[in-house]
Design a protein around this ligand. Structure first.
Ligand SMILES: [Zn+2]
Length: 209
């Protein structure tokens, strides 16, 4: 299969930079991505390739997950009062070699857990016709990066990865991202920033009072 990206790193960085771009857009209080955002995304890709920037480890993500109140499913966002109790899901499915370590575990509702089963997380969202919540996507791509480093995949041509038995499916890495206003969720600090903005920016179509 011919790929647009030469190496696995090219694809991973192209996808991960979209998250950085959204964080940038949230930080600037932008509802839509504009040319500044796309220029920022290009600079992130360049820095990642040059080794001037790295995809971080999962430490902060795991801490955030552990210290969040366990009242919402991380996959579907429904509250426990609606979806029942939460259970630990393996982000990389156990059946595909996903490990029993905190980096690979996430608290989700039973319905999401059984519906996802041994499917790739992004393939599962794709099947549901949904873009994954950003905080889940950050976690997933960091996990992929960790795996790629440990298994020396970053500089491999994508064709070579087609042949491997991997715990993730890179065909579903997002290349295009929703605008900030359409993203299902944001990282906690970014939600606060957007909310603050909502107080001073009138709703679209709403007359100035
Ligand atoms: Zn759920």
């Amino acid at each position: 299969m011919a790929h647009k990206y030469q190496t696995f790193a090219d694809l991973l960085y192209a996808s991960y930079s979209g998250l950085q771009m959204l964080a940038f857009a949230f930080g600037k209080g932008k509802y839509r991505c504009d040319k500044d955002c796309y220029a920022f995304r290009q600079s992130v890709i360049r820095k990642l390739k040059a080794g001037e920037m790295k995809i971080g480890d999962l430490y902060q993500n795991v801490i955030r997950q552990m210290t969040s109140p366990h009242d919402v499913c991380w996959y579907c966002g429904r509250s426990v009062s609606v979806c029942g109790s939460l259970t630990a899901d393996h982000i990389f499915p156990r059946m595909k070699g996903g490990e029993d370590i905190s980096d690979n575990l996430i608290m989700v509702c039973r319905s999401c857990n059984s519906s996802k089963g041994a499917k790739d997380l992004l393939a599962w969202y794709h099947e549901r016709g949904e873009f994954p919540p950003l905080r889940v996507l950050v976690h997933y791509l960091k996990l992929v990066n960790q795996y790629a480093i440990a298994n020396d995949l970053l500089n491999q041509p994508l064709e070579a990865l087609d042949e491997l038995d991997l715990p993730f499916d890179f065909h579903f890495f997002p290349r295009t991202y929703p605008h900030p206003e359409d993203a299902q969720d944001a990282l906690p600090s970014q939600v606060v920033q957007l909310k603050r903005l909502e107080k001073i920016v009138p709703e679209k179509g709403e007359a100035q009072k």
